[in-house]
Design a binder for this molecule. Structure first.
Ligand code: PMP
Length: 395
């Protein structure tokens, strides 16, 4: 309906208020909570993904500043225009060397790396065989690929037998199996070796999202493909993020040279996106070098995660046994999860609160992301707080 002057008679965004009210009524309100610039000395962060404590590491911060001074605060253009620097090349070479891949290509985020690699590989000749619980970025990538004619088949979470059946059942000429390595909600590491065997038998490619694996699993944190004995294995590739264990920002695809060249020339999220900002590239490179110099960091991280999980379990909570650095603790209801996470935060222990629609099985939980730089006192305090703040009347 238009007024006589041709102007609409209502605000076209007004309906969004009603949608927000509906979300609020369903307990699905999400709010931004700016964090302080420096963590309070007695606060414990178990909500972020700074697994190795690199985001505030002085050498990492200094590398970001030095990169800004030398190359600029921003990339100034897409990598194929003005956004490519020797720093990006250096980072790619170091990432490839570290993970055992032939080559690497840096993207502006893990999200765009996933969108880029999947859409560059999939067209009408391709079937994408996907774990049902894959991360949103792989789901969105599959949706985009579907719009380009790709077939999308789902298999049961972490079930290599149904994955194998889906591969065998597709008549498409090319088949690509897509799976997270460490699943971000519960922290379980899927059986990559079994998926790789299914792919090898079928002649399919295996592309994994190792966002929560790089820097965390495998010898020295070299990632899930390495941990599964698939370092540099033909037919495999990994997308990673630079924003979790490496404490910076950005993403990358690690894989065989022909794949990387194909991405440079065809991946839309590489070609049409401004290159990774030099400070992020510099920070990621510095963090990667620290990780290589201190390979015990990931080991300490995994052992802390196991300890936290074991102690929560022995206190009677339903905590997952972690393969990596994520421990999730089931709550009885969405309301309980929200109240519990709020009580933890009020006590200075920041934890993640996951509830529908961000949880694949509809069960709300707290998510604790463990960090290698937690002190024993912080771990004790976190355990005490999570156990002690569980809302009364539950469990
Ligand atoms: N994959 C997984 C499994 C993730 O958890 C994330 C981050 N939430 C991403 C991809 C996206 O990475 P980025 O944040 O670098 O875009």
């Amino acid at each position: 309906m238009h007024d006589e002057d041709g102007m609409g008679d209502s605000d076209p965004f007004e309906r969004l208020g009603a949608a927000a009210a509906e979300r609020a009524a369903a307990g699905l309100t999400r709010r931004l909570r700016p964090r302080p610039p420096q963590e309070a000395p007695d606060a414990v962060d178990l909500a972020g993904n700074d697994y190795l404590g690199f985001s505030r590491h002085p050498e990492v911060a200094e590398a970001a500043a030095a990169a800004a001074r030398r190359w600029g605060a921003g990339a100034t253009g897409s990598r194929l225009v003005t956004g490519d620097t020797l720093l990006h090349r250096e980072l790619e070479e170091e990432l490839a060397d570290f993970s055992g891949a032939e080559a690497a290509l840096v993207f502006s985020s893990g999200y765009t790396a996933n969108l880029g690699v999947v859409t560059a590989l999939a067209d009408g000749s391709t079937a994408l065989v996907c774990d049902r619980h894959n991360h949103a970025s792989l789901i969105d990538a599959a949706r985009l690929a579907k719009a380009r004619g790709a077939q999308v088949l789902l298999f049961d979470h972490a079930d290599s037998a149904t994955a194998e059946a889906a591969l065998a059942g597709s008549a498409r000429e090319h088949r690509i199996l897509l799976s997270d390595t460490v699943f971000s909600v519960d922290g379980d590491l899927t059986d990559i070796a079994a998926l790789a065997r299914a792919c090898a038998e079928d002649g399919a490619a295996l592309v994994v999202d190792d966002a929560h694996g790089l820097g965390v699993v495998g010898e020295g944190g070299a990632g899930a493909l390495s941990a599964a004995g698939l370092r540099g294995a033909p037919g495999t590739a990994a997308a990673v993020t630079l924003s979790k264990a490496l404490g910076a920002q950005g993403g990358a695809v690690l894989g065989p040279r022909p794949l990387i060249r194909h991405l440079v020339e065809t991946a839309r999220t590489f070609i049409f996106d401004t290159g990774l900002a030099p400070p992020a590239a510099g920070a990621a490179l510095a963090a990667l070098r620290l990780l290589r110099a201190e390979p015990e960091r990931p080991r300490r991280l995994r052992s802390l995660a196991r300890r936290i999980s074991a102690e929560l379990t022995s206190a009677g909570l339903a905590a997952t046994a972690p393969d990596a650095a994520v421990v999730s603790v089931l709550a009885d209801s969405r309301e309980e999860a929200v109240a519990w996470a709020g009580a933890c935060r009020a006590a200075g222990v920041d934890v993640g609160c996951f509830r529908p629609p961000s949880v694949p099985d509809g069960r709300s939980r707290l998510r604790l992301t463990v960090r290698a730089d937690l002190t024993d006192a912080q771990v004790d305090r976190a355990l005490e707080t999570v156990v002690g703040t569980r809302p009364r009347g539950s469990g």
